[in-house]
Design a protein around this ligand. Structure first.
Ligand code: PLP
Length: 401
C-alpha cells in the first residue's frame, strides 16, 4: 500500500500552484528583459510588474502606487518598523507598541531598535491569544510613533481586532502597521476600511514562490529607502526586480482573494472536525481562541507527548505538520507564543500545529485524525512524564498557571 501524503503545514509554506507557475514561466524564459530597459522586451517586463502591483492593490483595497515589492515578509516587517521609527525619531517619537507573540521578524526588529535607544511596549495577549483595542488605547503615549500588531498569529491562528485597533491609532494620530503574512488570502482585508497604514505580506504562504513579498504603505508616508541605488520601486527599494516571482505573487493574491468566504465555508468545518475529534484524547487542550482563529489552523497540546516525537510519528505516516513555528524548529525552547498564553513548559512542549487549506480533502482529514490519535498513544507509551501522570506522581494543569 502506498503511504498517503498529507500536507498540513500551510502556515510554514505552500506549494506553488499550477496557475501561478504558468503565469511565471514566460518571465523566466523569453520574457527576460530588464524592466528598466526602454526597448520593448524591457517594457514588457515592466508592464508585467505593474500588472502584478495592480492585482496586489485590488486585493487589499489599496492604490497601486502604495504597493512596494520586497524580498519576503520579514523584509517588509523590518522596513516598516525601522523605517517609521528612524523617520519619527527626529520628532521625538521613540516609542513603539507591539505584542509579545509577534513573529520573530517583528520581535527581533524591535530588539534591534531597543539597542538603538527606542522604547518598546510589548502587550500581553491573554490566555486566548487576543489583544484588545483598549489595551492599545491605554498603551499609546505622546511619544508613540507606531503600533504594530499582527493580523493573525502564525502558530495559534488567532485573528486580532485589526479595524478597531486601526481606528484607535487613527484617532490618536499614531501610524498603524500590521504583519498580515498569515492573514492575506484567509481573511478579507481592505486597508482603507480597516484603518491600516502599513501592511506586510509574503508570497510563499499563498501559493506563490518563496523569496517575494510586499509592503503596503499608505500614500503620504515617507520613510528612509530600504536599498539605495536605482529607481526600482520608485527609488525606495533599489535592485533589478525579481520579475517572475512578482508576477507569480500578483497571480497568487488574485486567486487567494477571489473567494475568501467560499474557502472559509469549505475549510472551517474540516478544521473543526479535526479539533472535535482530537479533543477526545485525554489531557489535551486547544491553544488560542476557538472561534477567532484562521480557517485552517489547529494548534493543540497533548501532555506527555513531545512535539518533536509527534512530528516524527506523523512524518512516518506521510503527514507534514509543525510544532510551534517552522522558524523555531531546532530550538528546544518552548514556543514564545504558547508561553505568552500562560501555558507551563510541559504543556507547551507537547504542541502540534496542523494548518490545512482549501486543497485539503475530507480523506486527508480522516488520515490526520487517525494518525494523530495513534501517534499520541505511541509517544505517551515511551514518556516518563506520562507514566508519572498516570500513577499520580505528577500533576499538570492544562490551563493557565
Ligand atoms: N510574519 C509572519 C506572521 C509569518 O508567519 C512569517 C513566516 O512564517 C513571516 C512574517 C516571515 O515571512 P517570510 O518567510 O516571507 O520572510
Amino acid at each position: 500500500m502506498t503511504k498517503r501524503f498529507v500536507y498540513a503545514d500551510n502556515a510554514a509554506t505552500t506549494q506553488v500552484s499550477d496557475e501561478v507557475l504558468e503565469a511565471m514561466l514566460p518571465w523566466l524564459k523569453e520574457g527576460y528583459g530588464n524592466p528598466s530597459s526602454i526597448y520593448e522586451k524591457g517594457r514588457q517586463a515592466g508592464h508585467a510588474i505593474e500588472d502584478a502591483r495592480k492585482k496586489m492593490a485590488e486585493a487589499l483595497g489599496a492604490q497601486p502606487q502604495e504597493i512596494y515589492f520586497t524580498g519576503c515578509g520579514s523584509e517588509a516587517d523590518n522596513w516598516a518598523l525601522k523605517g517609521v521609527m528612524h523617520k519619527l525619531a527626529s520628532k521625538g517619537k521613540k516609542h513603539l507598541i507591539t505584542t509579545v507573540f509577534e513573529h520573530h521578524a517583528i520581535l527581533h526588529t524591535c530588539a534591534s531598535l531597543e539597542k538603538e535607544g527606542f522604547e518598546i511596549t510589548y502587550l500581553p495577549v491573554g490566555p486566548l491569544g487576543l489583544v484588545t483595542p483598549e489595551q492599545v488605547a491605554q498603551a499609546i503615549r505622546p511619544d508613540t510613533g507606531l503600533v504594530s500588531i499582527m493580523y493573525a498569529n502564525n502558530e495559534i491562528g488567532t485573528i486580532q481586532p485589526i479595524p478597531e485597533i486601526g481606528k484607535i491609532c487613527r484617532e490618536r494620530g499614531v501610524l498603524f502597521h500590521t504583519d498580515a503574512v498569515q492573514a492575506v488570502g484567509n481573511v478579507p482585508i481592505n486597508v482603507v476600511e480597516q484603518n491600516i497604514d502599513m501592511l506586510s505580506m509574503s508570497g510563499h504562504k499563498i501559493h506563490a514562490p518563496k523569496g517575494v513579498g510586499a509592503l503596503y504603505m499608505k500614500k503620504g508616508i515617507v520613510i528612509p529607502n530600504l536599498i539605495d541605488g536605482g529607481e526600482q520601486e520608485r527609488g525606495r527599494r533599489a535592485g533589478t526586480e525579481n520579475v517572475a516571482s512578482i508576477v507569480g505573487l500578483g497571480r497568487a493574491i488574485e486567486l487567494a482573494c477571489a473567494d475568501i468566504p467560499g474557502k472559509i465555508a469549505k475549510v472551517t468545518p474540516m478544521r473543526d472536525r479535526i479539533i472535535d475529534a482530537l479533543s477526545d484524547i485525554p489531557m489535551c487542550r486547544l491553544n488560542g481562541d476557538r472561534n477567532r482563529r484562521l480557517m485552517g489552523n489547529v494548534n493543540m497540546s497533548f501532555v506527555g507527548a513531545e512535539g518533536e516525537a509527534i512530528l516524527l510519528g506523523l512524518d512516518l505516516r506521510g503527514i507534514c505538520a509543525s510544532s510551534g513555528s517552522a522558524c523555531t524548529t531546532g530550538s528546544l525552547d518552548p514556543s514564545h507564543v504558547l508561553l505568552a498564553l500562560g501555558l507551563c513548559h510541559e504543556v507547551a512542549h507537547g504542541s502540534l500545529r496542523l494548518t490545512i487549506s482549501d486543497w485539503t480533502t475530507e480523506e486527508d482529514v480522516d488520515h490526520i485524525i487517525a494518525s494523530v490519535k495513534e501517534v499520541i498513544t505511541k509517544t505517551r507509551e515511551m514518556s516518563p512524564l506520562w507514566e508519572d501522570i498516570q500513577n499520580g506522581k505528577k500533576k499538570i494543569s492544562l490551563g493557565v498557571e
